[in-house]
Design a protein around this ligand. Structure first.
Ligand code: TYD
Length: 209
């Protein structure tokens, strides 16, 4: 593969995306691909500090500060990790990316979506995923899966979660070629089957080019 492949995994907290990423990694590795798994926020050393503030800080964090922290983390992550691996021809699987900022800070916190798109472009140098999975679950299912131990972002409230979920759906409608929505209420195995069928189509298309 001359150029790497960038695949992102999105959805509300409790949608099961992390389980799917691990399964996808095993699948692709077994096919002989070189795969790197990463996440936002907090893949690298600086990112881990930013993640700790974002998810565990006990005092107030203003919405604007929260937005810049997610973007700061992304900018470092793209420049020092994602881009170099893509340039080396690897498949990069990333747990959350730019769509999370649009869904959570844009639709959830009700910040200006166009401004967030511009800021995402600055943070990433306009690096967009080749493919994005959106795992859609009801708020009730997500809450059951999350249980009682919640971080700062998971504790905001049901109204917020609903706005984020609907925001994600809007994004998938607006970007049908890139964002594939999967019903994550189904069993882990069925969600995995749906995921692999989409990835396989993309890999076939690329190898026929
Ligand atoms: P995540 O790593 O999925 O949490 P966990 O490891 O607990 O499953 O994501 C952390 C939280 O940060 C999640 O609630 C979504 C939120 N988030 C944003 O609000 N904006 C962003 O740009 C990103 C990347 C994440």
């Amino acid at each position: 593969m001359e150029k790497g492949l960038f695949i992102t995994f999105e959805g509300t907290d409790g949608c099961g995306k992390t389980t799917q990423i691990n399964k996808v990694k095993s699948f692709l590795t077994s096919k002989g691909y070189e795969v790197v798994v990463t996440r936002e926020p907090g893949a690298l050393d600086i990112g881990q500090k930013i993640r700790d503030i974002l998810l565990h800080h006990e005092g107030t964090i203003s919405d604007k500060c929260e937005m810049f922290l997610f973007l700061a983390d992304r900018s470092q992550h793209v420049d020092t990790f994602i881009k170099p691996y893509l340039e080396a021809g690897k498949i990069v699987l990333c747990d959350r990316y730019t769509d999370s900022t649009i869904a959570y800070q844009g639709f959830g916190r009700e910040r200006d979506i166009n401004l967030l798109k511009e800021l995402n472009d600055i943070a990433t140098g306009k690096l967009m995923p080749d493919l994005t999975f959106l795992y859609d679950v009801s708020i009730e299912t997500a809450q059951k899966r999350l249980g009682d131990e919640r971080d700062r972002m998971e504790s905001i409230g049901t109204d917020f979660d609903l706005k984020v979920r609907n925001g994600y759906k809007r994004l998938s409608e607006e970007n049908p070629d890139r964002i594939k929505m999967i019903n994550a209420e189904q069993s882990i195995e069925k969600v995995y089957e749906d995921t692999i069928s989409i990835i396989s189509k993309l890999l076939d298309k690329r190898s026929n080019k």
